[in-house]
Design a protein around this ligand. Structure first.
Ligand code: AMP
Length: 547
């Protein structure tokens, strides 16, 4: 027997309509690329998102067409979140930190029809534009007064484009499984792969974002969204904020300690979210300014890479703010676990409580997870056994865009995360290792394999390995370990110079060490676990000064 409830589709437009109607005056504050602070609210955001939607329709954008963005966190980017998806087009948020060649690849792969671009990234796109075949035009996210002369074909200022449009629109109703947005992962090997979210997955994920035991986003919050709108839906906050009417603070391009502190303080921020690197930069500023106070700050969401113990302790001791350690993936919308405490932890001594909080946390309702061995057998949830972490649920990918990577789920729909983890009897998950040897630098990935491949391109290099070494500012930076060819020599400086231009600047190894030979597995692969062990006490020259 079927239930007798209405089958109303879960659509992203319902989030902004709700916010406009019930939290219309709630502020959205942006530090703009042009300079000043800009203030708007949800009523206005909905109105302008409708102008964006009407403009896109006039440009001929149809249901399912992909629209790219290359932009920082700001109100215009938020308008695109709703204006694009609201009419059934697909918002493709492009990570500007990818290699130019990768950006070229994903724009062509996604077949973006138009690209909305912040002033900052116009020069980057000007270089790439001739190769971006599907793109019909570019919308520069500024007004006429700040519009620069540019060589982008069919370029128009955002404000000019929407000014001529009506703000009258009834958001169309369609199947909730319609694609809403697209985000490419920057994987370790091969080309980036597209994760295609749906309206249904996004709205369900938003409910989770607002749950007290997840991120607890609510109408009393003022949220500084450090995590980029181009990275995994900014952890779902742009949607959850509309669902709950939270004030949003969008920091633009400057994420240095001073800029972040000023926004936290001036906008009376209660919750903020970002990768550990950003908080280390904030700490650097706080060290110089011991009188700094943040009386409103309650919750700091830390994810993307492991939150160090000292970071969790400092937020609590200095500001009385609790840390929510979160783990997830682009493929998971992205929330998988959050490290909130249970009633049983009340009264737990500080150190023991931090032991719990350094773990990546408990599964969010909606995400099933387990750890398995090489044969696919489920391992014990005893906090000791570790194995491949697999997940499934309604906001977890079923396959990459255009079928790249083939069938990625097993027969029971489990998705292999690529992380190795433990699960304890209370359900807290802890990442123990990555099955891939990717290096996480400032929340972004550096492929060790790509670096190795480039290094062995040098005529004097016989073999090369790259491992991540802990870094006080960037979490991890690459160390290049090299075996030179017999009777050949190359200096550290020459090798780094050789890599310049072959890899992105921020991928360049922080140091090079020369060894006689490298450890290998039985099948001839580099044995990175052994290398990590060998170099566990290694420190980059001068790295401590960056603290
Ligand atoms: P991305 O898709 O770029 O968000 O990267 C997802 C990957 O980042 C995960 O598979 C983990 O390897 C890593 N990651 C995310 N959050 C955490 C965390 N809290 N601790 C450790 N690793 C994390």
């Amino acid at each position: 027997m079927q239930g007798l409830m209405q089958n109303a589709p879960l659509l992203i437009s319902s989030l902004i309509e709700y916010a406009a109607l019930y939290h219309g005056d709630r502020e959205i504050v942006s530090k703009t690329v042009e300079g000043p602070i800009h203030r708007t609210n949800y009523r206005e955001l909905n109105r302008r998102a409708k102008q964006v939607a009407n403009a896109l329709t006039r440009l001929g954008v149809k249901h399912g067409d992909r629209i790219g963005t290359l932009a920082w966190n700001g109100y215009r980017h938020m308008e695109l979140y709703y204006g694009v998806s609201g009419i059934g087009a697909v918002l493709h948020t492009i990570n500007p930190r990818l290699f130019p060649e990768q950006i070229e690849y994903i724009v062509n792969h996604a077949e973006d029809q138009y690209i909305f671009v912040d002033l900052t990234f116009v020069p980057l796109l000007e270089k790439l534009a001739p190769a971006l075949k599907p793109v019909k035009g570019y919308i520069v996210m500024t007004d006429e007064a700040h519009m620069q002369k540019c060589t982008l074909p069919n370029a128009i200022a955002y404000e000019t484009l929407i000014a001529r449009e009506s703000d009258e629109l009834t958001w169309p109703v369609f199947d909730e499984n319609t694609a809403s947005s697209l985000c490419y992962t920057s994987g370790t090997t091969g080309n980036p792969k597209g994760v295609l979210y749906s309206h249904r997955s996004t709205v369900l994920h938003s409910f989770a974002v607002c749950m007290k035991d997840v991120l607890g986003v609510n109408s009393a919050d003022s949220i500084l969204v450090i995590v980029p709108l181009f990275h995994a839906n900014a952890w779902g906050i742009p949607y959850g904020a509309c669902m709950s009417g939270a004030k949003l603070v969008l920091p633009g391009q400057h994420l240095d300690g001073k800029s972040v502190y000023e926004l936290l303080s001036q906008e009376k921020v209660t919750m903020t979210a970002g990768v550990p690197t950003v908080w280390l930069m904030l700490f650097g500023y706080l060290d110089q300014n011991p009188d700094a106070k943040l009386p409103d700050l309650q919750r700091v969401v830390i994810g993307g890479s492991a939150a160090p113990r000292s970071m969790i302790e400092r937020f609590e001791k200095q500001f009385g703010a609790s840390t929510i350690h979160a783990w997830g993936m682009t493929e998971m919308s992205p929330l998988g676990t959050t490290g909130n405490l249970l009633p049983k932890h009340a009264g737990t001594p500080f150190d023991k409580r931090i032991d719990v909080q350094v773990k990546q946390g408990r599964a969010v309702y909606g995400v099933e997870m387990k750890i398995i061995d090489d044969e696919g057998r489920e391992l014990s949830r005893d906090g000791k056994a570790f194995g491949d972490l697999v997940v499934r649920g309604p906001w977890i990918t079923a396959g990459y865009f255009k079928g790249e990577g083939g069938q990625i789920l097993d027969k029971d729909n489990w998705f292999k995360t690529g992380d190795v983890a433990t699960l304890d009897p209370d359900g807290y998950m802890q990442i123990t290792d990555r099955s891939k040897d990717v290096i996480k630098s400032g929340g972004e990935w550096i492929s060790s394999i790509d670096l190795e491949n480039e290094a062995v391109g040098h005529p004097a290099v016989a073999e090369a390995a790259v491992i991540g070494i802990a870094h006080p500012k960037w979490q991890e930076r690459p160390l290049l370990i090299v075996v030179t060819k017999k009777d050949m020599d190359v200096s550290r400086e020459d090798l780094l110079k050789f890599l310049e231009g072959r890899v992105a600047k921020w991928w360049l190894p922080d140091d090079v060490v020369f060894v006689k030979d490298l450890p290998h597995t039985a099948t001839g692969k580099l044995l990175k676990t052994k290398l990590r062990q060998d170099f566990k006490d290694y420190r980059f020259p001068g790295a401590d000064a960056a603290e």
